[in-house]
Design a protein around this ligand. Structure first.
Ligand code: PEP
Ligand code: MN
Length: 339
């Protein structure tokens, strides 16, 4: 349930109302926007009577929220949320491109790619150190060593980094990571979600391979429930009957998230199709649909990449795609976050 307060309400009276709700065992999500202040109530609100609440003269309106996701619901927070990371804004028209290899392979590789994507205009460096692979015999990532190399690339280029976590046991290793990615395969790893909820790190939450929009937003709700409100959603394609491409990009996820949630959402056009020649058209679609950014796989030598080479752009292809992205993002009224 949400309780919309009258503008310029007396603080003490509002506090009295809030006390009434806490006494009933409810949790309150206080959201003060430019024009409205909203108390979002969480817990068992069935025993609440709308009429009783309306009797408080600070109350403008009461509305039941039927969706199971509350704190991430736009009804709880009508304005777009902006996540601030390393001096960059994400969301509400601020557009970021995160780029880099699927996995960190060596210092030379990650530094070369970092310099190139920075020059082309990316505002974050991506790169996997812990890799969730279908086969136990495939390259699993350089793990802790990979994180060190990413931090070295960050030191040399100034680009903040985004990288995937696979276990809550590794959280300490991620202390200097700017954005922690929670991969598609772990979207419903509830232990990990709870642990990330207790941290204060920005989280890039990727949609599960066959997750519904409600399950996706409920995963974000888990992180919020632990107290961490720095969540960026990422649509990366879902599994369908189609087998010519790796996944199907669900472009409708963008307007749907915007309708139901205040969180920023970015698109991963690389995993969505699994083909480098589809990265540019899908990036265009993402911008047109209202996405807040892109995460793109780029490799200095895609043919010999240890992971996801077929969907990785080489450096000159990324340059071309980036100039197109910049033009189109500007045309759509987005503010590009550049280095
Ligand atoms: C990745 O970003 O390299 C990755 C494994 O992504 P996803 O979890 O979306 O498959
Ligand atoms: Mn990948």
């Amino acid at each position: 349930m949400i309780v919309v307060l009258k503008q310029n309400s007396d603080k003490e009276r509002v506090e009295r109302l809030m006390q009434h709700f806490t006494d009933m065992g409810l949790r309150i999500n206080y959201s003060e926007g430019a024009n409205t202040t909203i108390l979002g109530l969480m817990g068992d609100t069935t025993k609440l009577d709308e009429g009783d609440i309306m009797a408080y003269d600070v109350v403008e309106r009461v509305q039941r929220v039927t969706e199971p996701f509350k704190a991430v619901n736009r009804k709880f927070h009508p304005e777009d949320t902006i996540i601030e990371v390393a001096g960059r804004k994400i969301g509400a028209g601020y557009f970021n491109v995160m780029a880099g290899p699927c996995s960190v392979e060596s210092e030379a590789q990650i530094v070369e790619v970092a310099e190139a994507v920075k020059k082309a205009g990316a505002s974050f460096l991506r790169g996997g150190a812990f890799k969730p692979r279908t086969s136990p015999y495939s390259f699993q990532g350089l793990e802790a060593e990979g994180l060190k190399l990413l931090l070295e690339a960050k030191r040399q280029t100034g680009l903040p980094i985004v990288t995937e976590i696979m276990s809550e046991k590794h959280l300490d290793l991620f202390a200097d990571v700017d954005i922690i990615q929670l991969g598609a395969r772990n979207m419903q790893n509830f232990m990990l979600l709870k642990e990330l909820g207790r941290s204060n790190k920005p989280i890039l939450l990727k949609r599960g391979l066959s997750a519904t929009m409600e399950e996706f937003l409920m995963a974000a709700e888990y992180i919020f429930a632990g107290g961490n409100t720095n969540v960026i959603l990422c649509e990366r394609g879902i599994r369908t009957f189609e087998n010519l491409i790796r996944n199907n990009l669900d472009i409708s996820a963008v307007p749907l998230v915007k309708m139901f949630s205040h969180l920023p959402i970015i698109i991963d056009p690389s995993h969505a199709a699994g083909r480098r020649d589809m990265v540019q058209p899908l990036s265009r679609a993402a911008i047109a649909a209202g996405a807040d950014g892109l995460i793109i796989e780029v490799h200095n030598d895609p043919k010999n990449a240890l992971c996801d080479g077929a969907q990785s752009l080489d450096i000159s292809q990324f340059d071309t795609v980036m100039s197109d992205i910049k033009r189109r993002a500007e045309f759509e009224g987005r503010t590009m976050m550049l280095q």
